[in-house]
Design a protein around this ligand. Structure first.
Ligand code: SF4
Length: 222
Protein backbone atom coordinates (compact mmCIF):
# COMPACT_ATOMS: atom_id res chain seq x y z
CA UNK A 1 0.00 0.00 0.00
CA UNK A 2 1.49 3.33 -1.06
CA UNK A 3 0.55 6.83 0.02
CA UNK A 4 1.09 8.76 -3.19
CA UNK A 5 -0.35 12.14 -2.37
CA UNK A 6 -1.07 14.41 0.58
CA UNK A 7 -3.20 17.54 0.77
CA UNK A 8 -2.11 19.27 3.93
CA UNK A 9 -5.36 21.14 4.60
CA UNK A 10 -8.75 20.61 3.03
CA UNK A 11 -12.09 22.22 3.81
CA UNK A 12 -14.03 20.09 1.32
CA UNK A 13 -13.08 16.47 2.01
CA UNK A 14 -14.91 16.02 5.35
CA UNK A 15 -18.27 17.66 6.06
CA UNK A 16 -17.74 20.76 8.26
CA UNK A 17 -14.25 19.69 9.31
CA UNK A 18 -10.75 20.85 8.51
CA UNK A 19 -8.72 17.78 7.56
CA UNK A 20 -5.71 16.53 5.68
CA UNK A 21 -6.25 14.13 2.80
CA UNK A 22 -4.12 11.25 1.58
CA UNK A 23 -4.31 9.49 -1.77
CA UNK A 24 -3.57 5.76 -1.89
CA UNK A 25 -2.35 4.21 -5.11
CA UNK A 26 -4.27 1.47 -6.94
CA UNK A 27 -7.86 1.16 -8.09
CA UNK A 28 -9.98 -1.75 -9.32
CA UNK A 29 -12.12 0.52 -11.55
CA UNK A 30 -11.24 2.51 -14.62
CA UNK A 31 -13.87 5.24 -14.78
CA UNK A 32 -13.76 7.33 -17.93
CA UNK A 33 -14.09 10.48 -15.86
CA UNK A 34 -11.33 9.69 -13.37
CA UNK A 35 -9.43 12.76 -12.20
CA UNK A 36 -6.81 10.63 -10.46
CA UNK A 37 -5.88 8.46 -13.43
CA UNK A 38 -2.21 8.31 -12.37
CA UNK A 39 -3.33 6.51 -9.21
CA UNK A 40 -5.16 3.64 -10.94
CA UNK A 41 -2.01 1.62 -11.72
CA UNK A 42 0.93 3.63 -10.45
CA UNK A 43 4.48 2.70 -11.43
CA UNK A 44 6.50 1.06 -8.65
CA UNK A 45 9.07 3.84 -8.93
CA UNK A 46 6.61 6.63 -8.03
CA UNK A 47 7.79 8.23 -4.76
CA UNK A 48 5.54 7.67 -1.78
CA UNK A 49 5.12 8.88 1.79
CA UNK A 50 5.83 6.35 4.52
CA UNK A 51 3.30 5.67 7.29
CA UNK A 52 5.73 7.03 9.88
CA UNK A 53 6.21 10.25 7.88
CA UNK A 54 2.43 10.60 7.62
CA UNK A 55 1.88 10.09 11.35
CA UNK A 56 4.59 12.54 12.29
CA UNK A 57 3.11 15.08 9.83
CA UNK A 58 -0.37 14.61 11.36
CA UNK A 59 0.98 14.98 14.88
CA UNK A 60 2.62 18.26 13.87
CA UNK A 61 -0.70 19.55 12.56
CA UNK A 62 -2.90 18.15 15.30
CA UNK A 63 -3.72 21.65 16.58
CA UNK A 64 -4.95 22.74 13.13
CA UNK A 65 -6.71 19.74 11.60
CA UNK A 66 -9.54 17.65 13.01
CA UNK A 67 -8.96 14.53 11.01
CA UNK A 68 -7.85 12.73 7.87
CA UNK A 69 -9.65 11.79 4.68
CA UNK A 70 -8.36 8.61 3.04
CA UNK A 71 -9.06 8.49 -0.66
CA UNK A 72 -7.57 6.98 -3.78
CA UNK A 73 -7.51 5.26 -6.07
CA UNK A 74 -9.64 2.81 -4.14
CA UNK A 75 -8.42 2.57 -0.58
CA UNK A 76 -10.36 -0.59 0.34
CA UNK A 77 -8.35 -2.78 -2.04
CA UNK A 78 -5.66 -2.66 0.66
CA UNK A 79 -7.88 -4.43 3.21
CA UNK A 80 -6.06 -5.15 6.47
CA UNK A 81 -3.08 -2.95 5.55
CA UNK A 82 -5.43 0.02 5.40
CA UNK A 83 -7.03 -0.93 8.70
CA UNK A 84 -3.66 -1.32 10.36
CA UNK A 85 -2.81 2.27 9.25
CA UNK A 86 -6.17 3.55 10.55
CA UNK A 87 -5.56 1.88 13.94
CA UNK A 88 -2.00 3.24 14.10
CA UNK A 89 -3.26 6.78 13.42
CA UNK A 90 -6.00 6.48 16.05
CA UNK A 91 -3.58 5.11 18.61
CA UNK A 92 -1.01 7.88 17.96
CA UNK A 93 -3.41 10.81 17.53
CA UNK A 94 -6.30 9.81 19.75
CA UNK A 95 -9.69 8.31 19.11
CA UNK A 96 -11.19 11.76 18.58
CA UNK A 97 -8.96 12.31 15.53
CA UNK A 98 -11.54 11.74 12.79
CA UNK A 99 -10.93 9.42 9.86
CA UNK A 100 -13.06 9.42 6.74
CA UNK A 101 -13.01 6.79 4.02
CA UNK A 102 -13.84 7.49 0.37
CA UNK A 103 -14.81 4.35 -1.53
CA UNK A 104 -16.22 3.28 -4.87
CA UNK A 105 -18.35 0.67 -3.08
CA UNK A 106 -16.75 -2.32 -4.75
CA UNK A 107 -15.77 -4.03 -1.51
CA UNK A 108 -18.80 -4.89 0.66
CA UNK A 109 -16.75 -7.41 2.67
CA UNK A 110 -14.39 -4.63 3.73
CA UNK A 111 -17.32 -2.40 4.68
CA UNK A 112 -19.01 -5.23 6.60
CA UNK A 113 -15.85 -5.96 8.59
CA UNK A 114 -14.41 -2.49 9.04
CA UNK A 115 -16.95 0.34 8.51
CA UNK A 116 -16.96 0.86 12.29
CA UNK A 117 -13.28 1.78 12.26
CA UNK A 118 -14.10 5.02 10.40
CA UNK A 119 -15.91 8.15 11.55
CA UNK A 120 -17.46 8.93 8.17
CA UNK A 121 -17.76 7.12 4.85
CA UNK A 122 -18.45 8.59 1.40
CA UNK A 123 -19.41 6.07 -1.26
CA UNK A 124 -19.71 6.83 -4.96
CA UNK A 125 -22.68 5.63 -6.96
CA UNK A 126 -21.72 5.78 -10.62
CA UNK A 127 -24.39 4.23 -12.82
CA UNK A 128 -27.38 1.90 -12.92
CA UNK A 129 -25.36 -0.37 -15.19
CA UNK A 130 -21.96 -1.14 -13.68
CA UNK A 131 -21.75 -4.28 -15.77
CA UNK A 132 -21.87 -2.32 -19.02
CA UNK A 133 -19.76 0.70 -18.14
CA UNK A 134 -17.33 -0.58 -15.52
CA UNK A 135 -17.37 -4.33 -16.08
CA UNK A 136 -18.46 -4.79 -12.47
CA UNK A 137 -21.37 -6.37 -10.63
CA UNK A 138 -24.38 -4.14 -9.92
CA UNK A 139 -25.35 -6.56 -7.12
CA UNK A 140 -22.06 -6.02 -5.28
CA UNK A 141 -22.59 -2.25 -5.34
CA UNK A 142 -26.13 -2.74 -3.96
CA UNK A 143 -24.68 -4.97 -1.23
CA UNK A 144 -22.32 -2.15 -0.18
CA UNK A 145 -25.23 0.31 -0.15
CA UNK A 146 -27.22 -2.03 2.08
CA UNK A 147 -24.32 -2.36 4.50
CA UNK A 148 -24.06 1.43 4.76
CA UNK A 149 -27.84 1.74 5.19
CA UNK A 150 -27.57 -0.52 8.22
CA UNK A 151 -24.47 0.98 9.77
CA UNK A 152 -24.44 3.55 12.57
CA UNK A 153 -21.49 5.37 10.99
CA UNK A 154 -22.45 8.66 9.28
CA UNK A 155 -22.17 8.26 5.52
CA UNK A 156 -23.08 9.88 2.24
CA UNK A 157 -23.57 8.74 -1.34
CA UNK A 158 -22.09 10.84 -4.14
CA UNK A 159 -23.17 10.64 -7.75
CA UNK A 160 -20.92 12.22 -10.35
CA UNK A 161 -23.29 13.20 -13.15
CA UNK A 162 -21.29 11.83 -16.07
CA UNK A 163 -23.65 11.87 -19.07
CA UNK A 164 -22.51 8.57 -20.65
CA UNK A 165 -23.05 6.70 -17.35
CA UNK A 166 -26.19 8.42 -16.02
CA UNK A 167 -29.22 9.47 -18.05
CA UNK A 168 -32.60 10.99 -17.32
CA UNK A 169 -34.38 7.67 -17.82
CA UNK A 170 -32.24 6.17 -15.01
CA UNK A 171 -33.58 8.52 -12.33
CA UNK A 172 -36.45 6.33 -11.16
CA UNK A 173 -34.22 3.27 -10.91
CA UNK A 174 -31.64 5.33 -9.00
CA UNK A 175 -34.38 6.48 -6.63
CA UNK A 176 -35.33 2.85 -5.93
CA UNK A 177 -31.72 1.82 -5.36
CA UNK A 178 -31.05 4.77 -3.01
CA UNK A 179 -34.33 4.52 -1.13
CA UNK A 180 -33.85 5.08 2.61
CA UNK A 181 -30.56 7.00 2.30
CA UNK A 182 -30.61 10.46 3.91
CA UNK A 183 -27.60 12.10 2.36
CA UNK A 184 -27.16 11.90 -1.40
CA UNK A 185 -25.19 14.46 -3.38
CA UNK A 186 -25.23 15.05 -7.12
CA UNK A 187 -21.85 16.29 -8.30
CA UNK A 188 -21.25 18.03 -11.59
CA UNK A 189 -18.89 16.17 -13.93
CA UNK A 190 -15.84 18.24 -14.80
CA UNK A 191 -14.57 17.12 -18.23
CA UNK A 192 -11.28 15.25 -18.40
CA UNK A 193 -9.14 14.72 -21.48
CA UNK A 194 -10.16 11.11 -22.16
CA UNK A 195 -13.78 11.38 -21.04
CA UNK A 196 -16.89 12.80 -22.66
CA UNK A 197 -16.80 16.55 -23.24
CA UNK A 198 -20.56 16.72 -22.68
CA UNK A 199 -21.75 17.95 -19.30
CA UNK A 200 -25.19 18.40 -17.75
CA UNK A 201 -26.12 22.05 -17.26
CA UNK A 202 -27.32 23.21 -13.84
CA UNK A 203 -31.01 23.34 -14.97
CA UNK A 204 -30.75 19.71 -16.09
CA UNK A 205 -29.15 18.71 -12.79
CA UNK A 206 -31.99 20.53 -11.00
CA UNK A 207 -34.49 18.56 -13.10
CA UNK A 208 -32.78 15.27 -12.15
CA UNK A 209 -32.76 16.36 -8.52
CA UNK A 210 -36.51 17.07 -8.66
CA UNK A 211 -37.24 13.64 -10.15
CA UNK A 212 -35.23 12.00 -7.36
CA UNK A 213 -36.90 14.09 -4.65
CA UNK A 214 -40.35 13.23 -6.07
CA UNK A 215 -39.32 9.59 -5.79
CA UNK A 216 -38.40 9.97 -2.13
CA UNK A 217 -34.62 10.54 -2.24
CA UNK A 218 -33.17 13.26 -0.03
CA UNK A 219 -30.67 14.88 -2.35
CA UNK A 220 -28.60 18.02 -2.87
CA UNK A 221 -26.47 19.33 -5.70
CA UNK A 222 -22.90 19.91 -4.64
S1 SF4 B 1 -13.11 4.57 -8.72
FE1 SF4 B 1 -12.31 6.65 -8.43
S2 SF4 B 1 -10.07 6.42 -8.53
FE2 SF4 B 1 -10.97 4.55 -9.37
S3 SF4 B 1 -11.02 4.91 -11.58
FE3 SF4 B 1 -13.03 5.51 -10.73
S4 SF4 B 1 -12.87 7.70 -10.32
FE4 SF4 B 1 -10.76 6.90 -10.59
Amino acid sequence: MKILGLVKTSTVDYPSKLVSTIFLGGCNFNCEYCHNRDLIKPEDSVPSISEDELISFLKGRRNIIEGLCITGGEATIWGEKLISLVRKIKSELGNDFLIKLDTNGSNPNFLRDYANEFDYIAMDFKTTNYKKYLNFSDEIIKESLNILKNTKIPYEIRITMYPPYIKEEDMESIAKILEGIDKVFLQEYKPVEFGSQEIYSLPILEKFKDILIKNGVSIEIR
